[in-house]
Every structure is written in C-alpha cells, then in structure tokens.
Design a protein around this ligand. Structure first.
Ligand code: GLU
Length: 696
C-alpha cells in the first residue's frame, strides 16, 4: 500500500514554476511543458535514451525504438526482443494513425489442447506460464526495425548504442527492479540462466547494485551489425529455439523465419467530442475501452464526482458489461471475425446501458448480441472467464517537436516472462501463449500462427483533427480500465495529467469482486458493498500509466508518469521529473471482531468498533452506510454513546434490515446473510430513471 499524494508532491516540486498559458483538459497552470519533444517512460535511463534521440533531431519513432532497446536492458523483466507489443504511431504530416503489431505468434506445431493435462484439465498456472510451451514467437525486434524503416528517420544501428552501453557498463538496480527481482526469485532460478544474472550466488540484486549484462551486450552488438536477421534467421534465433525446445516447447527456426509484423488500423470512436483511436484486434483493449467510455458518456460523470460511490458503481457495471462482450467476441481477427462495428454501435450501447441499475450491482451480466447491429446472426462461441494472476509490463508515450506521437505498450507478458533466458545471449523470453484460453472452444483458443488475445491498449486522442493525447498502461486485463479511467479523469474530472495518472483506480471484470488502489475512501467502499459489490480486503496497485498531452492551442507538450515504478518525464528543452518510491501507509488494525456480509469481509477498523458485554458495536454512520440503511431515523433509538461517539449494535440493526445473524467464535466474526433479490429476467430500462442521465 502506498501514499500516492507524497509522490505527486515530489513530481510537482521537481517540475517547479511554469507559465500559465494552456487551457486544454489535462493541463493546469502549475505544470511546466516542453516544445521540442517529450518522453514519458517507466525507467529514467530508457527515458534518457529517448530524449537524446529527440534532441539529435530524431522523430518520435526513432526515440521509441531507442527507448524499447534500452528498456530491454534497464527493465529486462518487462519487455524486450524476446517479447511483443503494439506501437501506435500518429503521423502529423498525414494526420494518420497506424499501428505496428509485433504481437507474438503461436508456433506452427501447437493445437487448442496445448495447455490441457492428460485428463483434459488446464495445467496449473505456475507450471503453464513458465515452460517452453508458454513462449510465443517474439516480434519486438522486427517490430522496431519495421517501424524505423517505414516511419523513422534513423536506422537500428543509430539508436541501439545507449542500450549496448547500459548492458556493457552496467546500470544501478533501482527500487522498482529490486522489488521485482525479490518477488520472482523462484521463477528466475527455475532454469538457472536468469538466476545467475539477477540472483547471483543465490542473492537477489538489491537497489544500488550494478546490473551488468555482457551476454545481452553481445546480442545487441550482433543486432547492430546484422539487423533483426540475426534473431529471425541466425545464431541468436538458433540459441533461442534450442532453449525453448529444451524447456518443452516446439518453436523452430521456420517459426522465426515466418514471423510477420502486421500493420493495422486502430478502432475508433468519439467521447464527448474527442476522437479516440485505440488498439484493434488481436487486442481486446480498444473495443473494451470504447465500450466503457460510451456507456459512461450517457451519464453526467463530472457531476457524480471523481471516485464517488455514484460514479464507481456505474463504472463497475459498465466494466462488467464490456468484459462480458470481450470474453465472448474478441480475439485475433485474422482467425475469427470480430463485430467491431456492432460492439460500439450507438444503439447497441444504448441498449446495454439500460441494464445498469443505479441502486444495485447486477449479478447476471451476460454478453450482448453486437452482431445484430451489423445485420448478422450471432456467432457461436464459448467464453473462457478464467481469472489469471495479473502482472504488468510496460507502456511509454512520446511526442516529437513536429507533432508526431508514439504510444507503445510492450511486453514479455508476465514480469520476467516465462523465466527462460536464452543462454549466452542474455534476454528473457515471453510467456505470451498463456494469453490464449487454456480451455478450447472459444474464439481465443490456441491455434498455429495465431496471436493470443491481448488487453494492451495504446491509445491516442485527437481533438478536431489535432493531436491531443497519447496514453497507455501495462497490467493484463487491468490495462483497459486503467486507460479508461485516465481518460475519464482528464476529460470529465478535469484533472491535470499527472494527477489523472496518480488518482486511485479500481478494476472489476465480473460480479462481484473489485480490486482497488489505496486512496479510495472507506465510505465509498461501504456504499458500494451495500449495493452488492465485494471489495478485496487489501488495496493493490493497478496499472502503470505513462502519457503525453499536447496543448494544441499553445503548442506545448506535457507529460505524466506513474509512481509504481520510477516513471520519468523528460522534455527536450525543459521539464524533467521522476517518481519517488511511495511511502507505505501504516496498516490499520482490524479491532476486536470482524463483520462479514454474505461471505464478504467489511472494511471496518479498530477505532470504529467496540465489543462490550458480548455485544458488537460499530460507529453508527459507518454501519448504516455499509448495510445500506435507507431510513436512518428508525435506528436512532438504538444509538449508544461511548467516548463521545455514536455506535449502533450490529445484531439489532442487521436484524431490523432482514439479515440472518450469527457469530463465529473461531475468528470472532459477526456473520450476516441475506438472499440477494433474484435478477430480473425481463428487460428493464433502468437508465430512464437514472438521476445522472444525460438527455441530449
Ligand atoms: N500479456 C498482456 C496482454 O497482452 C500484456 C502484459 C501486461 O499487461 O503488461 O494483454
């Protein structure tokens, strides 16, 4: 748990004073901007490499290539030539947005049962995500090379030197890298090679230690000399394939030779007059973000207020509707058609929005029928709703002085990917194959040559044809909600970009569980739990957003970075700040008893509870909020004053509200049970009575 406000204070302090010119959303007069280009990256040394390329006259694509190659060295657990990604590029001259898709591909010798055991059950997660079968044919190096050739002004050999120097001379391990190494010792040691680099002699590298990677330096020099061919058709590839096969995978040199970077069009929609372009299939990101935003567009989001219960309730319900469609309809379009138009059709969204009941969480959300809005019959598919552990890799954003932008989400899937490092060549291999469904039958089942469904969502926003924002995040399925919330924070809640990034986020893909970041207020959580949502007991970090914003009125570029790593914003002519490690907030004591409602633990703390003569009391206003007591008057006669504070007896109040009450001795817990009202089978229109509806 961290205290985000402290990190924000440091960011603002480092940015110092600034001119008060800009008046686009996401900018305020305390912020300093640049004019000659800017990078927002999760690691200061990779940011530095990108800034230098911009300063030398390179464009946003040249800088992005330098950043990616450097990230492979300074943040080797997150992305690199053993992985894949989506580079979204805005080309100012042509006013065009294009995407280079270097997502990993499934090798030729796989089938939909790849991750099933001999009894036909999915192989357990840890085993599945660390073997050779998890490794997809990597695309990043070819992606970067293709981007430079098509849209850059420099060659691979011109942008790779900082990465070589970082690998050869070493870089100090920062707090974020040290934390990730410590958390992943088991995985790093599983196959030895990576363990020798990151856990030398059995001791994990600590903050401040020098990380020197001679094998990786050798590989990068080979790439400088021979280009991507050395990986896709040469000695680096041969070593890669041998290692994957040794670890149980089937990848061959033919798979590497057949790897293709695909150029794609983004999916597009509008949000309150802004044009949003986001990642198309094989990612589910863009369509799911657009669905969430379009559902929210029907409400007065600004009036509800940032992270209020009214706002978060509707947002969670919108997420559930969108994720249900995601599971059912979104995958690699080169294999199965995706109803890209239907999913974001205005009338379809209107129908879906009617299902959001302002008073209660729906426990019956299902995928809709977007094909109908394309005049087609529903496709038969089976949705795999397996919840996998959520990790996060990397996103960075760049803008150059000509107005070109890059939003690049890049990954080896999990932190340290499959745990497999190519011996003698020093880079980690992805485990992207685990983004396919383990269970066959759906549109996202494993198939040869296919790209696993992604959530990665590099996103660009334009206003009246002018570039405005480039944004993205890592975090598996939480990418989608992190990007959507950052956009809502800027456009509706009017936060400057740095605050929009640091504002606490939530994530929920299906009823009822909600992940949340520290900073969401207890009263808000209680109100949401009273509506039927279940908040995880502890907060955790969600996503890692890096963004640039262009004040198209005044020609000034601003940036923001996340503080769950050493996120860094560097402008070419001015602006330089990076995130400090957030302080941990002290854990609040739970007190003499717990309260569970329908199995969900409620967040009440020691200073809000009293256990007296066998009766459990909770602060009156907190208890009523959590149990959804509409008529507070009826409880007044039962209020007990203790130490100047008003308490209510839990059992009495719960019984009056129709809960069945029991007491568990074993863990000193008051257990409340009440059947939830059955979900209506009739189509309801809740929206017509929603007090926050916008009627155009
Ligand atoms: N494998 C994830 C995806 O494509 C990306 C990893 C991450 O989120 O950092 O959705």
């Amino acid at each position: 748990m961290r205290v985000r406000a402290l990190a924000l204070a440091s960011a603002v302090m480092l940015a110092s004073a600034s001119p008060a010119l800009a008046r686009v959303p996401g900018v305020d007069d305390k912020m300093l901007g640049a004019t000659q280009g800017m990078v927002a990256v999760s690691h200061p040394l990779a940011a530095q490499a990108g800034k230098e390329i911009l300063a030398k006259g390179g464009n946003a694509v040249d800088a992005a290539a330098a950043i990616q190659l450097s990230l492979n060295v300074v943040e080797p657990m997150m992305s690199g030539i053993g992985g894949g990604g989506f580079m979204m590029i805005y080309l100012k001259d042509q006013n065009k947005i294009t995407i280079l898709d270097s997502r990993e591909m499934a090798p030729k010798n796989v089938d939909p049962k790849l991750f099933l055991d001999k009894d036909g059950k999915p192989v357990p997660w840890f085993e599945r995500h660390t073997g050779g079968k998890a490794v997809g044919v990597p695309g990043t190096l070819k992606g970067v090379e293709t981007a430079l050739a098509k849209y850059g002004t420099m060659k691979l050999a011109d942008v790779i030197d900082p990465a070589i120097a970082y690998a050869e001379n070493g870089v100090p391990v920062n707090w974020a890298t040290a934390m990730y190494i410590k958390d992943d010792v088991k995985k790093l040691q599983q196959y030895g090679t990576a363990g020798q680099v990151f856990v030398p002699n059995g001791t994990p590298l600590q903050e401040g230690d020098l990380l020197v990677q001679p094998d990786l330096a050798k590989t990068l020099k080979l790439i400088k000399e021979k280009g991507s061919d050395v990986l896709y058709n040469g000695e680096v590839g041969e070593a890669l394939v041998a290692e994957v096969q040794k670890r149980g995978g089937t990848m061959t040199m033919e798979d590497l030779r057949n790897y293709t970077v695909k150029e794609r069009e983004p999916v597009r929609g509008t949000y309150r007059g802004y044009e949003i372009a986001s990642m198309s299939p094989p990612s589910s990101g863009g369509l799911t973000i657009l669905q969430i935003l379009k559902l929210m567009e029907g409400y007065d989001v600004q009036k509800m207020g940032l992270n209020s219960a009214d706002y978060l309730h509707r947002l969670i319900e919108a997420m559930h509707l969108a994720y249900a469609d995601r599971a059912q309809y979104m995958a690699d379009e080169d294999f199965y058609p995706v109803p890209k138009k239907g999913l974001i059709d205005e009338n379809y969204i209107k129908e879906r929005r009617k299902l959001i009941n302002p008073n209660q969480a729906s426990n019956a959300v299902k995928a809709g029928d977007p094909w109908k809005y394309e005049g087609k019959a529903p496709g038969a598919s089976q949705a795999d709703l397996e919840e996998k552990p959520v990790g996060q890799t990397t996103h960075f954003s760049v803008m150059d002085k000509w107005g070109n932008m890059v939003a690049y989400t890049t990954t080896i899937e999990a932190v340290f990917g499959s745990g497999i490092m190519v011996p003698g060549y020093g880079f980690m291999l992805n485990n992207e194959m685990t983004d396919f469904d383990a269970t066959p039958g759906g549109v996202n089942q494993v198939e040869p040559g296919k790209r696993p469904r992604s959530s990665m969502s590099p996103t660009m926003i334009l206003k009246d044809g002018k570039p405005f924002m480039a944004v993205g995040s890592p975090g598996g399925p939480t990418i989608i909600t992190s990007v959507a919330q950052t956009i809502l924070n800027v456009i509706d809640h009017k936060l400057p970009i740095q605050e929009a990034i640091l504002a606490p986020r939530i994530y929920s893909s299906t009823y009822p569980n909600v992940r949340w970041e520290a900073g969401i207020e207890q009263d808000v959580i209680l109100q949401l739990m009273a509506k039927g949502h279940v908040f995880d007991e502890k907060p955790e970090n969600i996503g890692n957003v890096q963004a640039v914003i262009f004040d198209y009125e005044n020609g000034i570029i601003y940036g923001g970075a996340d503080d769950t790593r050493e996120g860094t914003v560097l402008g070419v002519d001015r602006v330089s700040f990076r995130m400090l490690q957030p302080q941990s907030a002290p854990q609040r004591e739970k007190g003499p008893f717990n309260l569970q409602v329908n199995g969900a633990q409620y967040p009440y703390y020691a200073d809000q509870k009293v256990l007296k003569e066998g009766t459990s009391y909770i602060l009156a206003d907190k208890l009523m909020l959590g149990l959804g007591a509409a008529n507070q008057e009826e409880f007044k006669p039962y209020i007990v004053e203790m130490d100047g504070k008003s308490y209510l007896p839990v059992r009495k109040v719960a019984e009056m509200l129709g809960y069945k009450v029991s007491w568990s001795h074993a863990d000193s817990t008051v257990l409340l049970e009440k059947a939830r009202p059955a979900a209506s089978t009739e189509m309801q229109d809740y929206y017509k009575d929603d007090k926050y509806q916008i009627t155009k």
